[in-house]
Design a protein around this ligand. Structure first.
Ligand code: ZN
Length: 86
């Protein structure tokens, strides 16, 4: 997920200092909870990797699957979506 998208999410949720995403790894299906924490250089992600499928539709990879393959294919259609915990 690019930095502009993350900035926008934080702008849309001004009351939050960290944003939590919840869902399943789109590769292996394991539950993932990803915390996005603003840092001086941008954003830090804990618990996995986040991707944007279409605007406002996000999906995740757990740390193991992300380690195996950090890239996503073009037009990759994720099996599971990830949502922001409100
Ligand atoms: Zn996985």
């Amino acid at each position: 997920m690019d930095i502009e998208t993350l900035k926008k999410i934080f702008k849309d949720n001004p009351e939050k200092s960290t944003i939590t995403f919840k869902g399943k790894c789109s590769v292996c299906g394991v539950e993932v909870v990803i915390e996005v924490i603003p840092s001086s250089g941008g954003f830090g992600l804990q618990g996995g990797a986040l991707f944007e499928y279409t605007p406002d539709v996000y999906f995740a990879k757990c740390p193991n699957c992300y380690k195996t393959n950090t890239k996503i294919k073009d037009h990759y259609k994720p099996k599971y979506k990830c949502i922001i915990v409100r």
